[in-house]
Design a binder for this molecule. Structure first.
Ligand code: DUT
Ligand code: MG
Length: 575
């Protein structure tokens, strides 16, 4: 709940004002039956038309005030709940953004989406409900009890029996319902997860004709959600009718007792009507309370899940003042670095790696798939922290530096290209907001993207679909290289970023890079030996171990793994 103090501070005043209107509305509702009993017992009984008219006017006035109060309360509650929801969503989004990869890995991505959408929604609905009925219902309930007892203490005996029974029902409803709604939420996560996976792999699914399989998978998750929702609703559905029945039996008892008393002449008809009116009001307010509790049950589950994200401590720490002013510009050192995922508990991915990239050097990294190349370079911008050993940039331990500062110095072309919806220009600019058109074009030329961009009818204004769907794999890679180059970083990391580009174009990119990369530390991951052959230094990885380091020639002489790669690739090409 501490989490929500911020919002209470922000919206508390409006919230209270709306509660005021809510109270006014409730009071108006409560006055109605008593006024009506007067009209019947005094006005009608004594055939006094004037009394009927004036009291009728009073009743009308009270109704009008009630209506105005209800309108105000509606406006305010919508304002507060919508604003609160939007704010909560945006705070949650920011929080997710601030988390490190290690933190995010702990949550299922799909579940983060549900938390951001559905869970926030549930809490929002609850806040809205709270302002509409939460206060009104107990108020009408208690007010109704008081008014009814005052009106006729004898009939109030019925209330003394009915109310505790209903209270018990509501309590049971809460107690039993909560775990069910937790399960519903989890199944919803699963449906979202399956859907997300399907959508991101839709081409593969179609190509492999695995549509039926995917449909099955979806149906399975969907059915699970259905059964969970049904069983949750089933449990909850016993309670509302049970409450209704209890109160209705109470009304029957009132009519019976009142009827008997009226026959003996010691009860007025107006009293009985008003009393049953109060009972219906009490019935409704109790139903409302159980409804709010239902909402509360869901909102509590959702709030818990939202709280989990907020409570996630960023595991990445740094010293606030530490800046990168060590020796050497763009120098990178790995000192006995070991690493495994899952917070250091996973299988060892990197084992005792030691090497340095001097400023201005181009270092190639090669190794079979899964040998830990991407993991190795991911330690430099602190996507993850080393489990053992130290990674230094500019001579400073990266664990002491704010990742933001660190990442400002470098540009990364990730192995999996990611483009954003927008124009080509926006996508390249993404690397550096303030880049001029010339800078942008230069970057595009170096990445060999300029030509194909110019060939599209809209040039740099061409639309990029979601995930860059309307560009080929190689085009996407070149755009993401341009995005990195426009940044003019001190450290450039290319993770297998020319894998989908033909050899001739790759050579051109490399030539452009050579010129551009002077004074810039460049890490070049590749599968093809020809891509890294002329690097200043080549690091060879094999199953997380560094098995060779040196120039192409020296490695060919004395690194067995490198020789094998060379033979398998060049040997084939020669044949
Ligand atoms: N791994 C994880 N979690 C991740 C990423 C990778 O457990 O989020 C494992 C898979 C693999 C090892 O780490 O066993 C090394 O993966 P990496 O992606 O670093 O290998 P690579 O050398 O970059 O392979 P590729 O050439 O296929 O890109
Ligand atoms: Mg990789």
């Amino acid at each position: 709940m501490r989490l929500y103090t911020k919002y209470i501070k922000k919206y508390g005043v409006v919230f209270c004002v709306s509660l005021f209107f809510l109270t006014l509305e409730a009071v108006c509702d409560l006055l109605q039956p008593t006024i009506m009993s007067r009209i019947v017992d005094v006005g009608v009984a004594q055939r006094d038309l004037n009394y009927v008219l004036s009291t009728g006017g009073l009743m009308l006035g009270v109704t009008a005030i009630g209506a105005v109060a209800a309108t105000m309360r509606n406006l305010l509650s919508t304002y507060v709940s919508q604003n609160f929801g939007a704010q909560l969503r945006s705070d949650l989004f920011k929080k997710v953004q601030s988390l490190s990869f290690e933190n995010i890995d702990r949550f299922d991505r799909a579940s983060l989406v549900t938390r951001l959408t559905n869970d926030v929604n549930q809490v929002q609905v609850f806040v809205n409900g709270m302002m509409r009925i939460f206060v009104k219902a107990p108020l009408t309930c208690i007010g109704g009890l008081i008014m009814a007892t005052q009106l006729n203490p004898r009939l109030a005996v019925v209330l003394a029996v009915v109310v505790p029974i209903v209270g018990l029902f509501i309590y049971l409803n809460m107690k039993i319902g909560f775990p069910f709604f937790m399960k519903v939420q989890q199944s919803l996560d699963r449906v979202n997860g399956v859907m997300r996976e399907y959508l991101s792999g839709v081409r593969v699914v179609k190509a492999f004709n695995r549509f039926d399989f995917e449909v099955d998978k979806f149906s399975h998750a969907n059915e699970e959600l259905q059964t969970k929702s049904i069983s949750a609703t089933r449990v909850m559905s016993i309670f509302s009718p049970a409450i209704m029945l209890t109160v209705n039996l109470g009304i029957v008892a009132v009519l019976w007792m009142g009827g008997l008393a009226a026959e003996q002449g010691d009860m007025q008809v107006g009293h009985i009507i008003a009393f049953t009116n109060y009972m219906t009001q009490i019935l409704f307010s109790l139903m409302m309370i159980s409804m709010v509790f239902n909402m509360f049950v869901r909102a509590k589950a959702s709030a818990g899940r939202i709280g989990e994200v907020f409570a996630e401590e960023n595991r990445m720490t740094w010293k606030e003042q530490e800046s990168l002013r060590g020796d050497g510009k763009g120098r990178i050192d790995f000192e006995h670095v070991s690493f495994s995922y899952e917070g250091g508990h996973g299988e060892s991915v990197l084992k005792d790696i030691t090497f340095s990239c001097l400023p201005g050097e181009t270092v190639g990294i090669i190794g079979s798939t899964g040998s830990g190349k991407s993991s190795l370079v991911g330690l430099i911008p602190r996507f993850y922290d080393a489990t053992k050993g130290t990674v230094r940039v500019d001579g400073v331990d990266v664990r002491e530096v704010d990742p933001k500062l660190l990442r400002e110095k470098m540009a990364i072309v990730p192995q999996k290209t990611v483009l954003f919806t927008g124009t080509v220009k926006e996508n390249i600019r993404w690397g550096k907001d303030e880049a001029t058109d010339e800078e942008m074009e230069l970057a595009a030329r170096m990445a060999q993207a300029h030509d194909f961009i110019e060939r599209t009818p809209d040039g740099y204004q061409a639309r990029v679909g979601q995930g860059g769907i309307n560009f080929s794999g190689g085009q996407k890679q070149r755009l993401s290289i341009a995005r990195a180059l426009v940044r003019k970083p001190e450290i450039l990391i290319l993770d297998d970023s020319t894998s989908a580009v033909d050899v001739a174009t790759e050579t051109k990119i490399k030539e452009a890079l050579r010129e551009y990369a002077q004074g810039l530390t460049c890490l070049l991951i590749a599968q093809r030996i020809t891509s890294v052959m002329d690097a200043d230094k080549i690091v060879v990885l094999d199953q997380g171990e560094l098995v060779g380091i040196g120039t192409h020639e020296s490695l060919l002489k004395d690194c067995r793994v490198y020789q094998e790669i060379f033979q398998s690739q060049i040997g084939k090409e020669v044949q």
